[in-house]
Ligand binder design. Structure first.
Ligand code: UDP
Length: 326
């Protein structure tokens, strides 16, 4: 397949590019490198442009296409920032995506895989969340992703544009060969912060946000899913769209919950090091428990996560963080 990957220089996008290229697919990356890394674009050519520039998107489709499939990972994704600057989130995540969809229509491209998130569900009403759970986001980031999901449904009905929205739970881990990994500035995610506190303890003190949640050890529970398992799901979702019409959505998670303290203990075991931490106030907008029911993706896409143990996931991330080169 020929695949155009918006946001292919970022954490999840670059892992998907490597995964696709290893299976013989041809990649073009469209990325403005605002949060991604040029060093992570190794499995296809880079078109360094912005999704807020509709002409640049259309030119890319015309010059480098036609493509069999489009994947879209470009997004602003910091929950706190989305609360203080919602306009950035609606512009990039909603208007930017609309620019991509309109360029697809103008150039007769029909299939897109969209990066959605568990944040579309808001505060969960049950501990295992399936796709039918009400979508009531509690911040502009989640709201912007929900709006795109709605837009995809309307574009499917009106224009026959076919899509799969993949609602990621907690993406984590790194390429097992440690060519690429998770590198955000600032880093807000738990596993990289735990590992950074070991690599560079004087600059990175691990903070644990809240230990009085209604969970067994008082820290929040999340569903950690390896980035290569997400990559596998993207390819399967693309293949799924070749036989279907419409707008679909699937959860991607392991279906098991681990607390922040479980992560700290597993990281200590994998690295053989003691991990120091400070307990801080809870972070605004963090629900106590978020765990996926991902049966739909397993049944309809034939997806099966390979990395089911927290230790195996952290091991891949640890290999990357010890030699982090961008
Ligand atoms: N967390 C933490 N310290 C950190 C980063 C995260 O205690 O340095 C907690 C956070 O409050 C949440 C969990 O770890 O309970 C997972 O957070 P992350 O940002 O990795 O993912 P999220 O679930 O917010 O998407």
């Amino acid at each position: 397949m020929k695949v155009l990957v918006f946001g292919g220089a970022g954490y999840i996008g670059s892992h998907v590019c490597k995964y696709l290229a290893q299976r013989g697919h041809e990649i073009t990356v469209f990325d403005n490198l605002s949060t991604g890394h040029a060093e992570a674009v190794r499995w296809g050519n880079l078109v360094q442009q912005d999704i807020l520039n509709p002409d640049a998107i259309e030119d890319c489709f015309r010059q480098h296409g036609p493509f069999d499939l489009v994947m879209h990972f470009c997004a602003k994704s910091l929950v706190g920032e989305s609360v203080t600057s919602p306009e950035i989130y609606y512009r990039n995540n909603v208007v930017g995506t609309m620019n991509i969809l309109d360029a697809m229509l103008a150039t007769s491209h029909q299939r897109i895989i969209f990066s959605s998130t568990a944040a579309v569900y808001g505060n969960p009403q049950q501990s295992l969340i399936d796709e039918q759970h009400p979508r009531s986001p509690i911040n502009p980031y989640g709201q912007s992703k929900k709006m795109v999901e709605e837009m995809l449904l309307d574009y499917a009905n009106a224009h026959g544009l076919d899509s799969v929205s993949l609602r990621y739970f907690n993406a984590c881990g790194a390429d097992p060969e440690a060519d690429i990994g998770e590198s955000h500035q600032p880093e807000t995610h738990l596993i990289p912060n735990v590992l950074k506190s070991l690599v560079n303890p004087s600059q990175n003190v691990l903070k644990i946000f809240g230990d009085q949640y209604p969970t067994a050890d008082g820290t929040c529970i999340r569903d950690y899913i390896h980035v290569n398992d997400l990559a596998q799901a993207h390819l399967l979702a693309g293949e799924f769209l070749f036989n279907r019409s419409g707008a679909f959505a699937f959860n991607l998670g392991n279906g098991s919950g681990f607390s922040v303290m479980d992560v700290v203990k597993a990281a200590s075991q994998v690295t053989g090091r003691h991990i120091d931490y400070q307990i801080e106030a809870p972070r605004a907008g963090d629900p106590p428990i978020l765990v996926a029911n991902a049966h739909q993706a397993q049944q309809q896409l034939g997806w099966k996560a390979e990395y089911t143990s927290l230790e195996a996931i952290i091991e891949t991330a640890w290999r990357w963080h010890q030699n982090e080169n961008f």
